[in-house]
Every structure is written in C-alpha cells, then in structure tokens.
Design a protein. Structure first.
Ligand SMILES: *[C@@H]1O[C@H](CO)[C@@H](O)[C@H](O)[C@H]1NC(C)=O
Length: 527
C-alpha cells in the first residue's frame, strides 16, 4: 500500500494496545484532509505503524531520500496544495499517535525542493504533529524557477507559511484539539526560513530553532558565486588542489589558531578570534615545497577577508579559517557553485546561458536589487515576534564550509544594535558549535538534536543535550538554555558510544580550556 514496507511487526502487545492502534488507524483512514485545505488534492493518506520503512517512489532522485524509518505509529497525510494560479507545493503532515499537543514545522536546504523526511520522522517520533513541504518545487535544480515567479515566492516564504496554516488546521481536526505550542526546526536555507517566518508571520511559531541561517540571502548567493572567480577553474595554473588545503594549509591554520582557546585539540572554539596570516606559507628560496606562490597567497588573502565594494561597504563577511577541509568539496573546488549558478541563471538574470566565470559586482547589485520573492531575510529587529513572546535560538558550526559563521555573529549584533545582552537573552540566543561543519558532522561535539540524522537517537530528548527540547522548555517552562551540550560519538557511530561532550557557549562568550582533559566537558569554561 503506497509503497509501504513493513520492516518490523510488533507482536505480543496487550489486546488493549491493539485496539487503540486499530482505532487510530481507523481514524486516520477515514480522515478527509483535502476537504479541509483550500486548493488541496490528496497524494497519500496512510496509517504507518512504528517500525515501518517508508519508501518514496515518486520523490525526485536528486533529493536522495528514497526511504525513511518511522519509529512511532502515525497517520501520514501527503497533499498537493495550490499556492497561486501557476504554483503549488507538495506537503506532508505526520500526525503521531499519543500526540504531545505540540506542532512542529521543518525546513529545507540549499535551493532544494526536498522534504526532509528524516526531520518529519524525528519530530513525529518525539510526539510533535510534524509538517514539511517541498518549498515549491521538486529536486535540487534551480531550473523550475525559470520564468516562474510564483515558485520563487513559494521558495522565499510561501511554502512554509502555507504548510503551517494547513498543518495546524489538519492537526486540530484530526485530534479534535488545538495545538498547545508551535515550533520550527531548520538549518542553512532552513535557518533562513525560520527567521523569515519570525519577520513576516510572527504568529506562526512560539519557538524557532535556526541553524547556520542563510540570512542576507542575496549577498550570500553572491559571496558563494565569487569563490569560482577567486580560485579559478580546477585546470588553471594557480589552482590550489584539495590536497594542499586539507593538509598543510589547514595545518598552518591550526598551528596559528588552535590554542587561542588554550587547548591543542585541533578544534577552534571561536573562529572569530582566528586572524589567520597565510603569508607564512609563501614560497621562497629555502621553501619550495608545501608553499604558495604570490597568486595563490592572494587567493587565500581574498577568501579570508571581508567581501566589500571598492567603497569599503560590506557585501558579506570573510570565510572563517578552519573550514577549508570541507570547503574544498564545493566552494574551493574550481567549479561554479551549483546553487549560486542556478540562482543567477534561473532567478536573477532569467538567462540559462549566464556564465559563472563572468560573475562580478554588477551581479551582486542585480541580485540585491531584485530581491526575488523578498527572500533577503536580514531584519534588524523582530518586534512583533519578540512582543508575542517568541523565542529564537540560533546555532552555527565553527567549521561551517558553506556559510561563514562570521555572518551569524554579524546578524546577532545587528539584531542587538544598542540593546543590552540581558534584553537579548530574553528572546534570542546564539550558540557557536566548535568542530561542526555545515549543520552537522565534523570533529567536534556536533550532535545536538538538530534534525533527524542517525546519531540523534543516541542523545535522547532532554534539554541538556537536545536543542529542540531546550527550545520546548524555554517556551513552556521559561527555562532558557545557558549552553548547548553537544555530543561526539566514537567515529560518529552511536553503537560505539560517546567519545566526548562539550558545552557550547552562548554568544558572545566562547570556550576556554581550564582543566586537564579536553574530552571532559567540565574542563571548559565559557568566557
Ligand atoms: C513533486 O513530487 C511529488 C511526489 O513527491 C508529486 O506528487 C508532485 O506532482 C511533484 N510536483 C511537481 C511540480 O512535479
């Protein structure tokens, strides 16, 4: 049925449980979701027992999400919802049995039209009525944006808002009860979506968890497009190969910056303190290997400096050192950065022949001037969200290889303006996660409960270790997180146990090593 495979059947549970399950199943299958949401047609309505591995045969293969394990009984609703005469979204609501009363919306990434099924599974497993949508189109390509402003608007904000309205309504009719509190969880583009929502629809969420937020989006796209013009093509004369970045360039970054936090553990706690000087790597008569020529040195200087107009006006902050080990995969790969390339071709210039090697300041200006679908997302305050008691929690990996963490530092300071730290603490908190790449993974204690990746099951759902639960307790109990304790599993394998944990500090504080064992969370102090 609907591509469902029963991987595991639960036997031997008491008869009463079976009856409850049957009742839930009946309630699910007799539900008429499409009649409740304007412009909706049904794709799927199915009861999904715990232990099922759902498969998604119609899902765009570029989304790379063919199947998903579901670990709680739920009612799965998939709809197509029209958002305008020429646009629509694909929407899912996963309504769990034994519902907590909480609502959760999940975000997207990149310029993708990909529902994060792992986050739907994560939210519903923790008893949230959870929704997700494809953000207006299917798959990772930007081509569906071409000559399609309705789809761009969906992508900028309308898909999320539409799915929040639909999801809240469906949940209310299904459970015959209003939700208690409403939450959002997303990273990268998804982080931006959460902040856009606080700006445009402050009533949608009580608590927003926004990781590595892609704020100041137009300039972010430009900043990323520029790397190809800095590094040149991978075949060009002075191209710096990945191997150099990964080994001796990264080693020099670590040599200069690792112990600013007093610990030689290969992890930089606060990237904003690392003022990397690449000139130590310049080739000379006595140094002819593992060294940079003048042109290459200039590339590093450009990458690690703020991106500005000739007037000095900032476009986007510098890349933070430490991220190079992973930045070689995309930004320093000597090929156009796909998301930026597609965005300029299909959205900003409406010209599929646009050539990424011609990118310059005129393109920066064009993107910012057009601000497609009002996607910018760079508020200097969020008064209605703050006034209604909304809470915003941001986090950013200090080794983020796709969005410089210095931009989130800048965004927090912009929101702060002249306000005191204490008045910010009331409603917005920002945590810098050392040793974390873009949204997840890395050598640090990066498992935070930030989404449905495999490692999350190892940390449980308590506020000390789980950022979503930390948000719930902030909203519902007024217990605000002072730090986020991340977990590192041995080789990121939960089965192998915890390697170490670290309490990531609240901005502007950062960790300093004050003890004897870098793997002991108590050996660190937020200063
Ligand atoms: C997107 O994919 C869904 C299935 O996941 C499908 O129902 C829908 O029609 C697709 N939308 C477009 C615009 O192709």
């Amino acid at each position: 049925m609907f591509g469902t495979v029963l991987a595991l059947a639960l036997f031997g549970t008491a008869l009463v449980t079976g009856t409850q399950e049957e009742a839930f199943q009946k309630k699910c299958l007799s539900f008429k979701p499409e009649s409740l949401v304007k412009g909706a047609t049904r794709n799927v309505l199915e009861f999904v027992p715990a232990g099922t591995i759902l498969s998604f045969p119609d899902n765009d293969p570029t989304c790379n999400r063919g199947s998903q394990l579901v670990s709680r009984d739920l009612c799965r609703i998939a709809l197509n919802i029209e958002t305008s005469g020429s646009s629509s979204i694909t929407f899912e609501a996963w309504l769990p049995d034994d519902w907590s009363g909480r609502f959760l919306a999940t975000g997207n990434g990149g310029i993708d039209g990909c529902i994060k099924y792992e986050d739907l599974a994560y939210g519903s497993a923790n008893a949230f009525a959870t929704v997700g949508a494809n953000n207006g189109k299917n798959g990772t390509s930007g081509e569906p944006f071409f000559n399609n402003p309705g789809t761009v608007i969906d992508f900028a904000w309308r898909s999320l808002h539409t799915s929040v309205e639909a999801g809240k309504k469906l949940s209310k009719h299904f459970f015959k009860e209003d939700y208690t509190k409403s939450y959002y969880l997303g990273c990268s583009l998804g982080g931006r979506q959460g902040i856009k929502s606080a700006e445009k629809f402050p009533g949608d969420f009580d608590g927003i968890v926004a990781g590595a937020p892609a704020v100041d989006f137009n300039n972010l796209v430009s900043w990323r497009a520029r790397f190809f013009t800095i590094t040149g093509h991978e075949d060009s004369l002075n191209f710096i190969p990945a191997e150099a970045w990964k080994t001796w360039i990264h080693d020099e970054v670590i040599r200069q910056c690792d112990t600013l936090d007093k610990a030689a553990d290969g992890i930089i706690e606060d990237a904003s303190k690392c003022h990397f000087d690449p000139s130590t790597l310049l080739c000379s008569a006595g140094k002819t290997e593992k060294c940079l020529n003048m042109d290459q040195l200039q590339q590093l200087n450009t990458i690690f400096a703020d991106y500005t107009f000739p007037s000095g006006e900032l476009i986007f902050p510098a890349m933070q050192p430490g991220s190079e080990v992973n930045a070689i995969e995309k930004l320093y790969a000597g090929t156009p950065f796909g998301y930026s390339d597609d965005w300029f071709k299909y959205v900003v210039h409406n010209d599929p022949t646009w050539d990424a090697s011609t990118f310059d300041l005129d393109d920066v200006r064009a993107a910012e001037r057009l601000n497609p679908g009002d996607i910018r997302t760079y508020p200097s305050s969020l008064p209605p969200f703050e006034r209604r008691g909304g809470k915003l929690l941001m986090y950013h990996g200090q080794q983020d290889n796709q969005i410089t963490t210095l931009n989130t530092d800048r965004f927090f300071k912009r929101l702060q303006g002249r306000r005191s730290q204490a008045s910010m603490d009331e409603w917005v908190r920002y945590f810098r996660i050392s040793g974390m790449n873009h949204c997840n993974s890395g050598p640090g204690a990066w498992v935070l409960g930030q989404g449905g990746n495999a490692a999350q099951k190892g940390i449980g759902f308590d506020r000390e270790r789980n950022v979503l639960k930390a948000m719930v307790d902030w909203v519902e109990k007024g217990v605000a997180p002072e730090f986020l304790e991340g977990t590192k599993f041995v080789t990121d394998n939960v089965e192998l146990g915890v390697d170490f944990t670290r309490r990531h500090c609240m901005f502007p504080k950062s960790n300093v090593f004050v003890g004897n064992d870098v793997k002991d969370a108590g050996s660190w102090n937020c200063q």
